[in-house]
Design a protein. Structure first.
Lengths: 340, 340
DNA sequence: CCACCCCATGAGAGCGCTCTCACAGGCAGA
DNA sequence: TCTGCCTGTGAGAGCGCTCTCATGGGGTGG
């Protein structure tokens, strides 16, 4: 029990084998739960493991198994942005949570620029992780091809901007969500529904805009004015000012995320509009903030936890040697609060 | 260039050695930048590495080096809470950022309950990480002792509730921050300064409360009423109702974090108080939300990015064999907005 | 011209594990 | 009783790397 300086060498399989009076192979079998071990031997080994406090060395195991039992979560945003974006934070946490109990560990990797692409590819090929989860890709991102070509199991969060053979993804139904949001506005009797879209190099932004158009088309309305933001609060505020200038009579807004909606709210207030009386607003994401805006934001909730779980499941089965599965699209839901 | 199925075996040191016409040892020297290599040999090897696309196998290297070049960030909160807590999200991101360029990877570990303690200890002892960053410890947490005893380099975020020999920590100046916040209120001429403290089993909460008391004592004021929350918005709202009931004439509030402050704001509004005219409010943390409350929250900013950077630096030097450094306390600052 | 040293290089052991293969012993069937 | 099989066990190779140690060749000093 004298732990002392942790420098003391950890016991190895051989140590355990000697202590138990069996061979290294038998100890290995016990550790790995092989059925071909007699009860007596098993008991002997388990006692020795217990007494010695033996823990298998992962590096050694990895070396021979060619498998590390860990996966990488790669973030494709400048980290300042990650800091600000609650969606990504949620993805990180939800993923780590989805991994609990699987014995698989999560390695967090920032790779925003091209030098880091190369390093990342090397990192993965060096066998430090068994697979990669790619969060928040942008259009033209070369990483999926690099990874697929290197034979690395990969699952992307969000629909890629182009089909990549052998690449699975898990997305939420952004078209449906945009439609849901817009329908809500139309159903409330609004006739001039504007939108603040996100950067169209992100498929989520493009899809939400598609949903918006689809809903209006189905309602037989012409699309209202559209402006574009960068998913930030400030860009939302600015975009709203533009929209008001272009169409002072607009009576509803669909913003492609809550941050921009929050900025729009501020611009609307500054312009003297009452919400939702003069202008109804629906956001997207249902981040924490949406509950705290004035008025509280009606918005679209994305199943982030489900998405993270689905992504890890797909990745783990792929790592397990199963064929690459089909993309999964998860449903979104409308959260009704006070802004619409 | 036929990448084909990634199943093709990666080139090894031997492959490279054969290709370059030198020995494995020489290749190893080149890879590791040893000076004892002739320029010709170096060039030969570099060419071969390039042609073969060789990447060293980390497991093999770890095995012999007894070092993995990765560290664990251990979160000690139920993951639902992590999801909600922007502070922890920021720590995660800031840490991953601090690691860029060091060649060290970040492994995210959730360990909230006791079964997971054991698993975590085993995990670390199995040599999968070189050191551990411990975020948001609670009182009585056995993990530091477990890790220190196992000889694992460890750095804690936030002051532990008890001294642990051999354990470094990095904290922000919570006492000073609490004092700063309260002084702001006093300086504004407030005479009945209430507080909503956090759970006192977290030293950050206790320290902020100490700062509050210290500021009032120095100003010659008696402490106002105090209530306790769990750092959540709801608990803040509830605590504020209590406080108003106990002392309807209070004219200022220091809330130990922004979430609780935001809840308090809502309770104050519900009670018909104008902010900051009737009641001034100062929060703590300067999370994103603080900018969006109505009115925007005056608060204390913690140097999260600095903290994460300092923690990783301390850990890396410790892993590098340097003696355990002294605790570091980082300064906080007042962010003036509209609520006080 | 010889002795000495230094530097680049290669051979080989060993890190801790898994897994194949051979083998011993026990049991069933003929 | 003998053959055949099946089951538990051990020996040993090998995963890809680092590092020690021995070696040979070239340069310098006497």
């Amino acid at each position: 029990m004298t732990a002392g300086s942790g420098t003391r060498r950890q016991p190895t399989l051989d140590t355990v084998a000697a202590e138990a009076g069996v061979s290294r192979a038998t100890v290995s079998r016990v550790i790995n739960g092989s059925p071909r071990v007699s009860p007596e031997a098993r008991e002997l080994v388990e006692g020795a493991v217990e007494r010695l406090g033996y823990v298998p060395n992962r590096a050694a195991r990895s070396l021979v198994m060619r498998r590390t039992d860990s996966i990488a979560l790669v973030l494709r945003e400048p980290s300042e942005l990650v800091l600000a974006d609650p969606y990504l934070a949620a993805i990180i946490v939800a993923t780590s949570r989805a991994l609990i109990g699987t014995g698989v560990q999560l390695v967090l990797v920032n790779a925003q620029n091209d030098r880091e692409h190369a390093r990342l590819a090397d990192y993965v090929r060096s066998g430090h992780v068994d697979g990669v989860l790619l969060a928040s890709m942008h259009a033209g991102d070369p990483l999926p091809e690099i990874l697929i070509t290197a034979g690395v199991p990969t699952v992307v969060g969000g629909r890629p901007d182009r089909p990549v053979p052998g690449l699975t993804y898990v997305d939420s139904d952004n078209v449906g969500g945009g439609q849901l949001a817009t329908e809500r506005l139309v159903a409330a009797g609004r006739r001039r529904v504007a939108t603040i879209a996100g950067p169209l190099d992100m498929t989520a932004a493009a899809d939400r805009l598609t949903g918006y158009h689809r809903a209006l088309a189905q309602a037989g309305q012409a699309p209202g004015p559209a402006a574009y933001g960068r998913f930030t609060r400030e860009s939302g505020e600015q975009a709203m000012h533009q929209l008001l200038e272009r169409d002072p009579n607009l009576d509803a807004l669909f913003a492609a995320n809550d941050m921009m909606a929050s900025g729009a709210l501020r611009a609307l207030r500054a312009a003297g509009r009452r919400i939702p009386d003069d202008v109804s607003v629906v956001g997207y994401d249902d981040i924490e903030l949406a509950r705290h805006t004035e008025p509280a934001l009606t918005t679209i909730r994305q199943p982030i936890v489900d998405q993270a779980r689905t992504m890890t499941e797909l990745l783990l089965t792929q790592i397990g040697g199963q064929p690459v599965g089909n993309p999964v699209i998860l449903p979104t839901e409308l959260v009704e609060r006070d802004s619409a």
